[in-house]
Unconditional design. Structure first.
Length: 385
């Protein structure tokens, strides 16, 4: 079938840009994205070649950006049925009508200990419909925070049935809570996962020593995300003054590790596409290394790793890791609406309101000496609609 990509060309962009008040430099930045070439790596033993940066779609709703990302060689699309209650998949599906051959789709279903095989197969069929495709390259069990969840055989049975039906190609998982290393090591014992996606950045390197060797021994693909470690604006001014980019530095730091196959990034603009594409064109530099070390030192006692270590010390059972993650979405990912909605789903007794009159047992338990209580109170203030 001959496809006619519905791309956003320069003429259309200039026309739209004039109406939106975009500058000439912004339009030139759009044009310059075409001048560089994307790089690709093998995704484990899947036989898929994925772009070194991949598109994350939590909060995503701009099909035009996806068109442009595909035009610039970003072929791995990370999404999930749970993202915006399916809206992210729907936005992707608008593009897949004409660009399916250009994309590697990595979407997810949610499987907790009580989930049934029928639930997962129903979720998969709904994803296929929203994505406007009859085949998903990689289906992942989304957001596994407890290794026990991996004992639910429904996810493996559903995958095998869907694979035989020609609906999926590979099984993966994603995790970003405090049990990342435990989840991954447990997953590897299952011998069922071809791709692992997890939080990893220059401030959380211990996982490399613990599990990377074992992952690669099994030839499992690795996709990392949350590489920016919070993106604190005050700490990145220095690198910007030197004509460098914090975003590019964090991506290059990750890609300097040959174990990593792709870095999942959030793209909110055409300028982001240019910036992240340029990130793969150069090697990680000594200047970038110095910046990240300064950044890590400056925010070490502020940055929450979502490790959940402090939660056992809380007499109220506050969901510290989840609340701090939602606050991050609000403050640094420009996802205020989604963050507020997520916080609204937290059980009342687990919300940060309990922190107001608490002496702060969590602070003594934090391995990084964070002012956890202050962060939770701020989150409770920001996340209440």
């Amino acid at each position: 079938m001959n496809e006619q990509p519905n791309t956003l060309n320069r003429r259309t962009f200039v026309k739209l840009g004039a109406g939106a008040g975009l500058t000439t430099s912004a339009m030139n930045a759009f044009s310059e994205t075409k001048k560089t070439t994307m790089k690709y790596r093998d995704l484990g033993q899947t036989k898929l070649k994925v772009s070194e940066v991949s598109l994350g779609t939590y909060g995503f709703n701009n099909s035009g950006l996806l068109e442009e990302a595909l035009d610039n060689g970003i072929n791995l699309i990370n999404t999930c049925a749970a993202y915006q209650h399916g809206a992210a998949e729907e936005a992707i599906g608008k593009v897949m009508k004409t660009r399916r051959k250009d994309a590697i789709i990595f979407t997810g279903w949610v499987c907790n200990p009580r989930t049934k095989k029928a639930d997962l197969l129903k979720s998969l069929d709904s994803s296929l419909k929203r994505l406007n495709t009859d085949y998903i390259d990689i289906i992942k069990t989304h957001n596994i925070d407890d290794p026990v969840w991996l004992d639910n055989e429904a996810q493996y049975e559903a995958f095998e049935e869907a694979k035989k039906a020609g609906k999926v190609g590979h099984l993966g998982l994603s995790c970003h809570g405090g049990n990342i290393d435990k989840v991954i090591l447990k997953a590897l014992t299952k011998k069922s996962f071809d791709v692992l996606q997890f939080k990893y950045n220059f401030m959380e390197q211990t996982i490399r020593e613990k599990v990377f060797a074992e992952i690669k021994k099994q030839k499992v693909g690795i996709i990392v995300f949350k590489s920016q470690a919070g993106k604190r604006q005050n700490e990145i001014k220095d690198i910007e003054q030197k004509g460098l980019s914090h975003n590019q530095a964090t991506v290059r730091w990750s890609l300097a590790d040959p174990n990593i196959d792709s870095v999942c990034v959030t793209i909110n603009s055409f300028a982001d596409i240019r910036e992240f594409k340029e990130a793969v064109m150069k090697k990680f530099s000594s200047a970038e290394d110095a910046h990240l070390k300064r950044y890590a030192k400056a925010v070490d006692h502020e940055y929450c790793r979502y490790c959940s270590t402090c939660e056992s010390s809380c007499p109220h059972g506050v969901s510290v890791a989840d609340i701090m993650r939602y606050c991050m979405y609000f403050k640094y990912y420009k996802m205020e609406k989604e963050a507020i909605q997520l916080y609204a789903q937290v059980a009342p007794e687990k919300k940060a309101t309990a922190c107001l009159d608490c002496p702060g047992y969590c602070m003594a338990a934090c391995p990084h000496q964070r002012q956890v209580k202050d962060g939770l109170i701020e989150a409770g203030r920001l996340l209440v609609c």
